[in-house]
Write a protein of this length. Sequence first.
Length: 210
Amino acid sequence: MNLIFLGAPGAGKGTQAEFVREKLAIPAVSTGNMLREAVKNKTAAGLAAKEYMDRGDLVPDEIVVGILKDRIAESDAANGFILDGFPRNVRQAETLEEMGVNVDLAIEIHVSDERICARMSGRRVCEKCGASYHTVYKPPKTEGKCDACGGDAVIRDDDKPETVLSRLKTYHEKTAPLKDFYSKRGKLKIVEGQEAVDDTKRLTFEAIGC
């Protein structure tokens, strides 16, 4: 089953994608994590992407598509995958179709801008492995440390208030039209994000039918 998770930055789509990954035993492919890894390793794609990410802008399609093509060609994605963070605009969705990738469902995790701004202020990300945490909703066992690898869990530059507002503006202008794109294909399901992660999880599973 090939799934796409949509939603504004901080809506919780990465967390829900992880739950579905465990349930269906298919990989959750986060282009955001892949891009941040490329930046950390100072690859050509990472260096090209960094200036856009620091501003909260979308990374150009050609950079993202190149990284994504390599990832979904790996053996663990042979029976399906979850895309978190791609596509982010209609042109990228069209590129997926041109690549011959069939999308079974696009799931939007919907959360208001006001709630997102509050959420993002508490988000933490591991500098080493990219695992996500939240000081309220998903705190690490040891404050400031990743449960998985022991790395430092820090505030990303693109989670700072001024960047969050820029990212939300970009989302509404460029990414939200994807709802119409997948709705016209009969593949859109909308999940209202709840305060309790488990409540959102239940609604997400119901939308997918798993």
